[in-house]
Design a protein around this ligand. Structure first.
Ligand code: FES
Length: 77
């Protein structure tokens, strides 16, 4: 049996990316981001006021991660 990874990233349906484990996070400028917990939620909806972290705004803006329905096939004569 394999040991579970010490670091994992899980995409939450309609929500953030959950990062678990001891991993260094860096901002756009390359600086290490402050982190006080081993598990953090990273925003992927773009609405958070504390980016890159999730503040729950994804619920308010109705962020959805489901794929849109497939377009109907186009037929040519
Ligand atoms: S994913 Fe939660 S605020 Fe963006």
């Amino acid at each position: 049996m394999t040991r579970p990874s010490e670091v994992s990233v899980t995409a939450c349906p309609n929500g953030p990316l959950i990062v678990r484990g001891d991993v260094e996070l860096r901002g756009e400028d390359g600086d290490v981001l402050p982190r006080t917990r081993k598990t953090v939620a990273l925003c992927r909806c773009g609405a958070s006021t504390i980016r890159p972290y999730c503040d729950g705004s994804h619920t308010l803006v109705g962020f959805r991660t489901e794929r849109p329905p497939a377009s109907p096939a186009v037929e040519f004569d």
